[in-house]
Design a protein around this ligand. Structure first.
Ligand SMILES: NC(=O)c1ccc[n+]([C@@H]2O[C@H](COP(=O)([O-])OP(=O)(O)OC[C@H]3O[C@@H](n4cnc5c(N)ncnc54)[C@H](O)[C@@H]3O)[C@@H](O)[C@H]2O)c1
Ligand SMILES: O=C(O)C(=O)C[C@@H](O)[C@H](O)[C@H](O)COP(=O)(O)O
Ligand SMILES: [Zn+2]
Length: 359
């Protein structure tokens, strides 16, 4: 097992990465304030992993409530959140009851937001079971739900007490979901870690085959990058916005297509290509660099062609991004592979060309 720390003063917490961690109750017990937990999962993940997590906790004398939600991005909403609150209230969960998110980013974001708001805040633990959630969503404390008008529009920054990433759970993950996770892995290379990008180019087929050493390293290095960014800018006042590479475009795609039609990682991959396209139009990336970005996405079996629903519709949806400031869309663009910036200083006509999917 390898351990990283997200350094946030008295809210610092460990990220444990390794094999067979799910059943190691001793990793969880020190973080519990009370002998009661509520594990939140979904109808896909619970049959696979609920008992592996819950039974050792029960054996250690912990009372475990199981909350099983419907599966899918379409359920990352207010109604599902109410279902979590209903279960917590019906089971008389208290301030010191710990919520445990067992699943991918949807379960993690929902559970984290429920934890941030139930009784004005209860502890929570992330047990991510997708590649995407192990490398990104379980770390850093962004929690929330979608609104019909925009992605993740309601939420809170609320840090977990612990992240437990059991690599073995990835063995049951469908390939499409694995690819979606790789999109966020590639992101770290593009925004701040050129050596990691080079390494990913070399090791992509091994990562896609879930070679243990390669997957462990990719998850560790991704979490290391994210932990460093979050430690210096927890509330996204500056550098943290770089983690949003491809997301202003990507969230527009997710919303326009209907939540869940495009996976988040797929939309991020295509959004990253759109950001690269605009960066090239701005003269910041050259054609060879853009080609490298396209090639690595293709090697990860990710889409790179944006859906064409018109530049005006893209712009309308992108106006609802959380980075919008004084009505101006701020974008994450590339100055090189390994160097991204947040900027409102792009040419509006060139953005229009990118959104029109012009050659
Ligand atoms: N909070 C953050 O910082 C952050 C970061 C990135 C993404 N997100 C959010 O995360 C969500 C995407 O997360 P995701 O890609 O994990 O999607 P997801 O949570 O929908 O999980 C993907 C699918 O895989 C299934 N699954 C999960 N673990 C499995 C396993 N081990 N074996 C088999 N099936 C499994 C799920 O039930 C689901 O059907 C989006 O809502 C996105 O906005 C949040
Ligand atoms: O942790 C962050 O910061 C991120 O931006 C990570 C993203 O991968 C993630 O999709 C996040 O939920 C997007 O944040 P949002 O603020 O644009 O909703
Ligand atoms: Zn993301």
């Amino acid at each position: 097992m390898q351990t990283l720390t997200v350094s946030l003063a008295d809210r610092s917490y460990p990220i444990h990465i390794g094999n067979g961690l799910l059943s190691q109750a001793e990793l969880i017990l020190p973080h519990l304030k009370r002998k009661q937990v509520a594990i939140v999962s979904n109808t896909t993940v619970a049959p696979l992993y609920m008992q592996a997590l819950a039974q050792p906790l029960r054996d250690a004398g912990i009372s475990v409530i199981e909350i099983i939600l419907p599966d899918g991005e379409a359920y990352k909403n207010n109604e599902t959140l109410q279902t979590i609150y209903d279960h917590l209230l019906q089971n008389r969960c208290e301030r010191n009851t710990t919520l445990i998110a067992l699943g991918g980013g949807v379960i993690g974001d929902l559970t984290g937001y429920a934890a941030a708001t139930y009784l004005r805040g209860v502890p929570f633990i992330q047990v991510p079971t997708t590649l995407l959630s192990q490398v990104d969503s379980s770390v850093g404390g962004k929690t929330g739900i979608n609104h019909p008008l925009g992605k993740n529009m309601i939420g809170a920054f609320y840090q977990p007490k612990l992240v437990l990433a059991d690599i073995d759970t990835l063995k049951t993950l469908p390939q499409r979901e694995l690819s979606a996770g790789v999109a966020e892995v590639i992101k770290y290379g593009l925004i701040r870690d050129a050596d990691f990008f080079d390494w990913l180019e070399t090791n992509m087929s091994a990562l896609m085959a879930l070679d243990t050493a390669v997957a462990s390293y990719a998850i560790y290095r991704s979490c290391q990058n994210k932990a460093e960014v979050v430690a210096v800018d927890e509330h996204e006042q500056g550098e943290r916005a770089l983690l949003n590479l491809g997301h202003t475009f990507g969230h527009a795609i997710e919303n326009a297509m209907g939540y869940g039609v495009w996976l988040h990682g797929e939309a991020v991959a295509t959004g990253t290509i759109m950001a690269a396209d605009l960066s090239q139009r701005m003269g910041w990336l050259n054609a060879a660099e853009v080609q490298r970005i396209k090639d690595i996405m293709l090697a990860a079996k990710l889409p790179i062609e944006a859906p064409d629903f018109g530049a005006e519709e893209y712009l309308r949806l992108m106006q609802l991004d959380k980075k919008v400031s004084d009505g101006r869309i701020r974008l994450i663009l590339q100055q090189a592979i390994g160097k991204a910036v947040i900027t409102a200083d792009y040419d509006a006509d060139k953005l229009q060309q990118t959104l029109s999917l012009a050659a």
